[in-house]
Design a binder for this molecule. Structure first.
Ligand code: HEC
Length: 106
């Protein structure tokens, strides 16, 4: 039983990650980021200084070791002391995740 749920979970995770990469459009994600995240985060490629110094530039987020679509989704759906919980439509969420991951440089 346990093994079956572990396998199911692994499959669901893989499907969700594949979906983010396939259906999210980075260009639309940039617009979502500009509208929702730019007051605090540096959102553009090559922009290393965030308006809020506590908020990491998205390029740095993208290059964090082990960063995945699942990890980003999880982060954005949980509450943080220093960052407001921002509710986006599922489509915008996927575009945004695809955009952030597109900034990865290594
Ligand atoms: C009001 C300011 C503010 C806004 C708006 C904001 N953030 Fe943040 N965000 C922060 C701060 C401050 C941190 C650092 C907090 C921490 O590490 O706990 C942070 C951390 C993060 C992190 C974690 C980075 C890491 O490596 O741990 C991610 C991912 C993130 N924000 C994504 C977003 C996205 C996507 C949006 C837009 C939908 C957004 N943020 C909007 C202030 C903001």
């Amino acid at each position: 039983m346990k093994l079956i749920s572990a396998v199911t979970l692994a499959l669901l995770t893989a499907v969700a990650a594949a979906r983010a990469q396939e259906s999210g459009e980075p260009r639309r994600g940039l617009a979502v980021a500009r509208a929702n995240c730019a007051p605090c985060h540096a959102v553009a490629r090559g922009d290393r200084a965030s308006p809020n110094p506590l908020a990491p530039p998205f390029q740095r987020v993208a290059n964090t070791r082990g960063m995945t679509a699942m990890a980003l989704n999880h982060f954005m759906h949980s509450a943080h002391e220093t960052m407001p919980l921002i509710i986006l439509s599922p489509d915008d969420q996927w575009h945004l995740v695809a955009y952030i991951l597109s900034l990865r440089s290594r």
